[in-house]
Write a protein that binds this ligand. Structure first.
Ligand code: DCP
Length: 219
């Protein structure tokens, strides 16, 4: 049954390209108290009943993108609806970036067939209508694609070794169109933009700006 809106904590979804620093941002905010951090379900994506769906997707995107994105949508729905003891909840990504950025990119590249896309899209529409997946604000960790590509290469996550620069550049453009230019689909909440190009160890002042301009006003 759909939960009433009043049950939902103030929900902030942290978005940005792969390697933009979402995990670091959330770790920092988690130390402030009063906020429940819901990290991206990457562990689940790497181990769905023993299957590493992330790896399968990168190895053979045409064969496995539908499987992976279907599971991503389920696990992000679980994150959106997870009950929290605090008045604030911060999500790493959301069903919105999954649908509007990643599924969109796969659709454009024809790595999802038209019927596969339709099934994911129908699920997405049903979730939006029947579940309480509202977001009150997006934080957009904005980066240059060159910067995140460099970070991805350096962190050397096994599954991501095949990711070409072109994919990162294109995902960047899609995030820009969705969250900044507002020309792609709909953006269902206000967007707070953080300059996430600076070295992740030195990003304190950008974090403080978010704390002062958003959190202190809402708390
Ligand atoms: N991914 C995907 N489709 C989605 C969500 C994520 O293909 N709907 C992939 C992209 C990455 C991996 O999952 O290979 C994790 O991506 P994220 O950008 O969500 O997480 P990061 O760990 O890269 O975030 P950050 O480095 O910003 O902390």
């Amino acid at each position: 049954m759909k939960r009433s809106l009043s049950e939902r904590p103030c929900t902030i979804a942290v978005e940005g390209n792969i390697g933009s620093g979402k995990t670091t941002f959330l770790k920092h905010m988690g130390n402030l108290g009063n906020i429940t951090i819901v990290a991206e379900p990457l562990d689940k994506w790497r181990n769905c009943q023993g299957h590493n769906l992330l790896d399968l997707m990168y190895k053979d995107p045409k064969r496995n993108s539908f499987t992976f994105q279907s599971y991503v949508q389920l696990t992000l729905l679980q994150a959106h609806t997870m009950k929290t003891p605090t008045p604030f909840k911060m999500l790493e990504r959301s069903i919105y970036s999954a649908r509007y950025c990643f599924v969109e990119k796969l659709r454009r590249d024809e790595l999802l067939s038209a019927p596969e896309f339709s099934v994911i899209d129908e699920w997405f529409k049903w979730i939006r209508k029947e579940q309480d997946v509202g977001v009150d604000m997006f934080v957009y960790l904005r980066t240059d694609p060159e910067v995140v590509y460099d970070r991805i290469v350096k962190r050397d996550r096994a599954e991501e070794r095949r990711v070409p620069f072109e994919y990162i550049r294109s995902l960047h453009e899609i995030h820009e169109d969705w969250l900044l230019h507002k020309t792609l689909y709909e953006c269902p909440a206000p967007v707070f933009v953080v300059d996430a190009n600076v070295d992740l160890g030195m990003i304190g002042s950008e974090y403080e700006r978010f704390e002062e301009e958003v959190l202190h006003k809402k708390m």
